[in-house]
Design a protein around this ligand. Structure first.
Ligand SMILES: [Mn+2]
Length: 362
C-alpha cells in the first residue's frame, strides 16, 4: 500500500507535539476500542486538512503496551499500512496535564462525557463526534451526536462531503472495518446497524481491496485470536479484580483452550505466579472459553496458598460447576500452585462464578 494520508498526518502530528505550539487534541474514549482509535485518527487527519492553520493531534488515551491487547485493531491498522509505532498513546502526550492548559483545545470522539482519568479539562472543547446517548454536558460545543452503529460512520460522512481525497485505500479499510465490526457485518438482526452505516460502507466498497464479508470475518477472527499474545497479556486482556473479606481475587477470561495454552507456555505456573504477584492477588482464576466445535469452558485456579486452592475448588464444586481435573502433563515449574479443570456447566461465566466465590469467602 502506498504511503497513506494517515501516515503523513501521524508524522506531522508527532512534529506538532514536539514543537510546543497550541494543539487541538483529538481523542476517543478510554476503552480505546477500534472505533475510538480509528475514528480519532481519521477525524484528526480530516480536521488538519480542512483547517491548515491549526495543529491537530490524535492521541489514544491508553498506554502503548495496551494496544496489542486489541488484537483486531492491531490487525486492521497493520492491514491499512499504519505502523503502530506512529500512533500516539498516553505516554506520548500527557493529556491530563496538557488539557489543563488554555492554549490547547480538544475534540472528543466516540464519547461525550470526559473520562474521569483526564481530570478537569481547561482546554476549550471544540467539538464532539459521537454515537452514544447525548448527555448534553456541553451545549455550546459543536456536536454531531447521532445514534448510528459506529462513530466511524459519522466521521466518514463528514469526510466524504468535503474532503473525500483523504479516503484512500488505507482510510477506507480502517473506516469500513470499524463499521463492519461495530454493526456485526451490517446485520439487522444484531440491532446495531442503521441505514447511514450501510450507506457509508457502500461508498467505501469500491476503495477496498478485500470484500466486506472477508474483512468482517478476518476482524472477527483476529478479535479472538490471542495466539500472538504472551501469557501475561492473555491474562490481562479481559480481567476483573475482586476483594472478598481479606481475599483479593483476580478473574481473567481467556479465549483459548488449556491445551493450546500449555503448548504455548509450558512454564504457565511461572506466568500465573508473576501475574498474581504483580496484582497482589491471593487467588487468580483464568476462565478459558473456546469453540471446537462445541462451546467449551475450562478453569485455571492459582494460589500460593494450598488451602485457598482447595477451598475455591470445594465452593465451585458445591455450586455444581461440574469441574473435572485436566492433566498437567507437559508443564514445568511449580505444579502444586495451580489446578486445571474442565468445566461441565458451560453456562457459568465470570458473571456467575464471581458471586459464587464471593458467597464462600465473605
Ligand atoms: Mn463507538
Amino acid at each position: 500500500m502506498k504511503q497513506s494520508f494517515i501516515h503523513r498526518h501521524l508524522k506531522e502530528a508527532a512534529e506538532h507535539l514536539k514543537s510546543g505550539e497550541p494543539i487541538c487534541f483529538v481523542f476517543g474514549n478510554e476503552a480505546a476500542d477500534l472505533d475510538s482509535m480509528a475514528t480519532s485518527v481519521l477525524y484528526s487527519a480530516y480536521k488538519a486538512a480542512s483547517d491548515p492553520g491549526q495543529a491537530y493531534v490524535p492521541v489514544i488515551p491508553v498506554p502503548r503496551a495496551d494496544f496489542p491487547l486489541r488484537t483486531e485493531a492491531l490487525w486492521l491498522f497493520s492491514q491499512a499500512g499504519v505502523d503502530s509505532k506512529d500512533l500516539l498513546f498516553a505516554e506520548d502526550a500527557d493529556l491530563t496535564k496538557l488539557l489543563k492548559r488554555s492554549e490547547h483545545s480538544c475534540i472528543m470522539i466516540d464519547h461525550n462525557r470526559p473520562s474521569q482519568a483526564l481530570g478537569d479539562i481547561t482546554a476549550e472543547l471544540k467539538e464532539i463526534v459521537d454515537h452514544h446517548e447525548d448527555e448534553q454536558l456541553f451545549p455550546n460545543a459543536e456536536s454531531t451526536i447521532v445514534p448510528v452503529g459506529s462513530c466511524a460512520t459519522l466521521a466518514a460522512e463528514k469526510i466524504f462531503s468535503t474532503h473525500k481525497q483523504i479516503i484512500d485505500e488505507s482510510a477506507a479499510l480502517l473506516l469500513a472495518g470499524t463499521i463492519l465490526l461495530d454493526t456485526v457485518n451490517l446485520d439487522p438482526e444484531a440491532k446495531r446497524v442503521t441505514p447511514r452505516d450501510a450507506e457509508v460502507v457502500e461508498k467505501l466498497k469500491p476503495l477496498l481491496s478485500m470484500d466486506t464479508q472477508k474483512l468482517f470475518d478476518s476482524l472477527q477472527f483476529e478479535k479472538f485470536n490471542v495466539s500472538a499474545l504472551s501469557s501475561y497479556d492473555i491474562l490481562r486482556k479481559d480481567y476483573k479484580e475482586y476483594q472478598w473479606g481479606d481475599i483479593r481475587c483476580g478473574i481473567s477470561s481467556s479465549l483459548l483452550s488449556i491445551s493450546a495454552w500449555k503448548t504455548k507456555d509450558p512454564n504457565l505456573s511461572q506466568s500465573l505466579q508473576k501475574f498474581a504477584a504483580e496484582n497482589n492477588l491471593d487467588l487468580l482464576i483464568s476462565m478459558c472459553a473456546y469453540t471446537d466445535p462445541e462451546f467449551t469452558r475450562e478453569l485455571i485456579i492459582f494460589s500460593d496458598d494450598s488451602n485457598l486452592l482447595e477451598r475455591s475448588y470445594a465452593c465451585l464444586d458445591a455450586a455444581e460447576t461440574q469441574l473435572s481435573p485436566i492433566s498437567k502433563e507437559g508443564l514445568t515449574g511449580n505444579l502444586s500452585s495451580f489446578a486445571l479443570y474442565a468445566q461441565g456447566d458451560v453456562s457459568k461465566s465470570r458473571k456467575k462464578i464471581a458471586p459464587i466465590l464471593q458467597e464462600c469467602f465473605s
